[in-house]
Design a protein around this ligand. Structure first.
Ligand SMILES: CSC[C@@H](O)[C@@H](O)C(=O)COP(=O)(O)O
Length: 327
């Protein structure tokens, strides 16, 4: 099942905010609605944002031409950190001179390619991990880099799925991923459906999982990988990379080439999304912090290249910790 698709002139998507309670579809008919869906994380995950950007461009060129520039600008910047969003918009929009149907055709190609790319990078990641670890592999992951975060199959979970298919997967440790719980809600939901043995841990327990030798490798996705090999991903990835280095465990990043931003030299130059503090100050709709307390809700962090053992894409394996650069 695709996380998002095009049907009868609309975008249809799984509302990821409703999982695991219900598999609810949302139907989106305008760029304005799409921007809202992206900002409230109904559609989320870097490759899915790329696909949404491409489909959003198809919506934009069908709508009132007077709104087009404003709509496209709002869509491109709906979430600033994942490079895939603007990439998807630009890729579909490159066909605008050939008319709205050509833009849509390009967007649908982005969706079709996403699935093939993820399968390819998943195989490459599983090949590499298979060489690093003897016997069955226990993996730790953070956030959700599964089929929900893509169109289908997944990036980090694509690697996990390849290991599983080969009979090389022992267990997956899933960080809960505060504050919006993409790990416990989405990754655990996907793994349960795949029949993969998994255990959820609090984010703050993530480094201890590695220190105790429970996981043989960390595998995560990325929202942006910059030229020097720094990796921007969900907040909490960096401490896991530090702990992996300390434990001598490989830290693998799985992402499509479209997540590599050759124009940015290093991670400190990437715009990190700061989300509303209410996501931290409340729990299940109830205020937990005293009134007057403020929150700094950083949505992503930067893992320096020297902590990244390997990056796998659909085309290549890059080893930033050994000085190899993606661009
Ligand atoms: C294949 S998805 C890779 C990343 O986009 C994922 O790890 C992540 O950090 C997503 O953050 P989110 O805020 O849920 O969109």
């Amino acid at each position: 099942m695709r996380s998002l698709d095009w049907r009868d002139g609309h975008i249809v998507a799984i509302d990821q905010t409703r999982l695991p309670g219900g598999l609810v579809e949302i139907v989106i008919g305008s760029v304005e609605e799409l921007v809202i869906a992206i900002q409230r994380l109904a559609i989320r995950g870097a490759p899915a944002l790329g696909a949404a950007g491409a489909l959003g461009a198809a919506l934009a060129v069908r709508a009132d031409p007077a709104r087009r520039d404003q709509d496209l600008a709002a869509l491109r910047s709906a979430r600033p950190t994942a490079v895939n969003l603007a990439w998807g918009v630009d890729r579909a929009l490159a066909r605008v001179d050939d008319g709205p149907d050509a833009v849509l055709a390009e967007a649908l190609t982005v969706l079709a390619e996403d699935v093939d790319r993820n399968r390819a990078l998943g195989r490459r990641g599983a090949d590499w991990l298979g060489e690093q670890v003897d016997g069955p592999v226990s993996v730790q992951t953070h956030c959700n880099a599964g089929s929900l975060a893509c169109v289908e199959w997944g990036t980090a979970l694509g690697v996990v799925r390849s290991l599983h298919d080969r009979g090389r997967l022992r267990h997956v440790y899933v960080d809960e991923t505060r504050p919006l719980l993409q790990g416990v809600r989405l990754t655990a939901w996907e793994l349960a459906h795949l029949g993969v043995q998994h255990t959820v841990v609090a984010d703050s327990a993530g480094p201890s999982v590695l220190a105790r030798g429970l996981a043989d490798a960390v595998v995560v996705g990325a929202d942006r990988i910059v030229a020097n090999g720094d990796v921007v991903n969900k907040i909490g990835t960096y401490p896991l990379a530090l702990a992996a280095a300390r434990a001598g465990v490989p830290f693998l990043v799985a992402a499509p080439e479209s997540t590599i931003d050759a124009a940015i030299p290093s991670g400190d130059l990437v715009e990190i999304e700061v989300r509303d503090g209410s996501e931290l100050l409340n729990f299940c709709g109830t205020r937990t912090a005293p009134s007057g307390t403020q929150a700094l809700n950083l949505a992503f962090d930067v893992t320096p290249a020297d902590l990244v053992s390997a990056i796998v894409t659909e085309d290549r394996l890059i080893r930033p910790a050994r000085g190899e650069r993606p661009a």
